[in-house]
Design a protein around this ligand. Structure first.
Ligand code: COA
Length: 581
């Protein structure tokens, strides 16, 4: 029988909820399963409601799912928040007796009380190990392979010392023993038995961005820490130094983008990462990057804004501020990833595009995607195409004059890299002539403005990374971007399983808007729906503004968590009629 299990571990931040979910995720991956995680926690270091959800399946999965099958409740708050979802057939493992709550009767729900706090405090004398008591209990009830847990626990806690590892292994055994001696299993759920491992690696969203940057050839990274983008810096700093690169924590976001532009001028591939408020600070320097035609990749890990608002929460609301970022006419490209694997490949694309077009290229991630973990197929690096900027080879004779901004047909002109004979030029924010000297007469101004924009004239034909999943006879189509795209895929699957015809499109480049593809897609259907995790319907607005007569129906959430597939499924179903042809 096919396996599709969703485990939700819920409790207080600081209780080790996230680690517990991570250990289960690792066990599932070692068992050769597909895994998608969803984590959400408050911005406090300790306290507040934290959740870690692990969905495992032997089929391809796109989303975190609608709800849970198994709830592991560490405290009364976790129970109170989740109890409305405790419907018959579901399972709850919870801290009782000795915890801070006693649940009501839930008809048809399999209830497994385990005194997690009591065992950790009284028996183990280690309150922090409560989560491992819970994990031991869960692994005994659902037959999670113990050797995998032991491996993961040892790997994670060894940096805290062997005593910490031993205490946690003791806690695992204490939880398992309690179940063996006191609990009678009433449900039939079991963890899948290990199958030969697929060729996969377990990667977190932000880690995938960093890996992509390294593969693309990034050798200079500068940023100012900001939640939820900081983990990219953590990953970059551990990798880039080993590759003879340079990482620099700047005093603010203005300095970090300025550092990157300087490194880019020097011929190095460079990246910075930030979140909404940090991008605002970068905006003046982005004008310089655009004017001086310097390649740079800027990762914007979107969070619940505006201002500090909900820095650890999911939101897709920086699309317009990124698209219209900076002053004047600033050509730019924005890519948005829908899952962890795309964070890797689209970061490489972002570098390739920045190098090819010599301009700032943005990569949009978000707070949820940044910490989502997936098991992704090991990339075959030898098959990945890496692009480098066109450079000036150097002076052949004394008469030759290097024209950094030569007005070519494509708008792309060779960059002079410092140290190359005769390649010096001024990378200036002033309007300039082909030789980079300041010039503000009308002819030059017009020529240079048009040259800078001409680079993007054929971008849609030149960057064709767009997924189109059309169904003959469909009258409704969903266009989804970012993390919402992967959740939409599951909604589409369910609607088709119900017998509906429905099409879908998932653009990877969200700016410039892929107008031709969208118009073609929309011309075959009656209704275009765009679900987005923002209030205004930002992509829907762009589509309406840029296309000829495509007027999407908006579906918006802004609560700080991603869509669940059911929301998109239910909303779309209202527009569908079965058997339409
Ligand atoms: N034994 C020993 N240590 C344990 C343990 C155990 N049994 N279980 C967990 N821990 C440790 C973890 O290793 C981790 O320590 P580390 O950071 O040194 O690795 C710590 O306890 C927290 O455990 P973890 O499972 O990672 O998280 P949690 O579920 O307890 O939730 C967070 C804590 C993640 C919510 C919180 O720490 C946090 O980071 N909040 C967000 C802060 C933020 O970004 N604010 C925004 C500012 S703008």
């Amino acid at each position: 029988m096919a396996t599709d299990i969703i485990m939700r571990i819920a409790g207080e931040g600081g209780e080790g909820v996230i680690s517990t979910g991570d250990f289960l995720m690792q066990a599932a991956t070692r068992a050769g399963m597909e895994v998608v995680t969803f984590k959400t926690f408050p911005s406090e270091i300790k306290g507040g409601y934290a959740l870690s959800q692990v969905r495992i399946s032997d089929n391809k999965i796109y989303s975190q799912g609608d709800t849970f099958d198994i709830l592991v409740a560490f405290n009364g708050e976790a129970y109170a928040i989740n109890k409305k979802e405790l419907t018959p057939g579901k399972i709850m493992v919870y801290d009782f007796p000795g915890g801070d709550f006693e649940p009501q009767d839930h008809n048809g729900v399999h209830m497994y009380p385990v005194p997690m706090t009591k065992i950790a405090k009284m028996e183990l004398k280690a309150p922090i190990a409560k989560n491992m008591v819970a994990l031991g209990a869960v692994s005994e009830i659902f037959k999670v392979p113990m050797d995998s847990l032991i491996q993961s626990i040892t790997d994670k806690f060894i940096r805290k010392g062997q005593a910490v590892v031993d205490k946690n292994l003791e806690a695992i055994e204490a939880g398992a023993r309690y179940v063996r001696e006191n609990i009678k299993k009433t449900d039939t759920r079991v963890f899948p038995s290990p199958t030969p491992q697929k060729d996969v690696i377990i990667v977190e969203g932000s880690e995938a961005v960093a890996l992509g940057a390294m593969v693309a050839g990034c050798r200079f990274f500068s940023c100012y820490p900001i939640t939820p983008a900081t983990s990219i810096a953590n990953y970059m700093s551990s990798m880039i130094l080993k590759a003879n690169g340079f990482v620099y924590q700047a005093e603010d976001e203005i300095a970090s983008i300025a550092n990157c532009l300087g490194a880019s001028f020097a011929g190095v591939k460079t990246m910075t990462s930030t979140s909404g408020p940090g991008l605002d600070l970068m905006s003046e320097l982005l004008g310089l990057g655009s004017m001086a035609e310097l390649p740079v990749v800027i990762v914007n890990v979107q969070r619940g804004g505006p201002s500090t608002r909900m820095p650890t929460k999911h939101y897709q609301a920086d699309l317009l501020s990124t698209a219209y970022n900076s002053h004047g006419d600033t050509p730019k490209i924005i890519l948005a990833a829908s899952n962890v694997e795309e964070n890797f490949y689209l970061t490489i694309d972002a570098f390739n595009l920045a190098e090819r077009y010599q301009m700032p290229v943005f990569m949009l991630s978000d707070a949820s995607l940044a910490i989502r973990t997936e098991a992704i197929p090991v990339p075959d690096i030898s098959k990945i195409k890496i692009e480098n900027r066109v450079t000036y080879a150097g002076k052949k004779d004394e008469q030759e004059k290097f024209l950094r901004y030569v007005n070519t047909k494509s708008g792309i002109s060779p960059m002079g890299i410092p140290g190359t004979p005769g390649a010096s030029y001024a990378a200036t924010g002033l309007e300039h002539a082909e030789d980079s000297g300041p010039r503000t007469n009308q002819e030059t101004r017009n020529m240079m403005t048009e040259k800078r924009w001409r680079k993007l004239e054929n971008i849609e034909a030149e960057y064709t990374n767009i997924e189109v999943d059309e169904q003959q006879g469909a009258e409704v189509g969903i266009i989804a971007w970012g993390l919402t795209a992967s959740i939409t895929k599951e909604a589409i699957q369910r609607l088709r399983n119900k017998g509906y015809k429905v099409s879908a499109m998932y653009p990877k480049m969200v700016y410039p808007v892929p107008v031709n593809s969208i118009e073609k897609f929309a011309s075959k259907i009656k209704t275009v729906i765009i679900p987005e995790a923002n209030y205004q319907g930002q992509f829907a607005q762009l589509v309406k503004a840029k296309t000829n007569n495509v007027n999407p129906v908006k579906l918006n959430i802004y609560r700080g968590e991603p869509f669940i597939p059911k929301e998109i499924e239910d909303f779309t179903e209202k527009y569908l009629t079965k058997g339409s042809s």
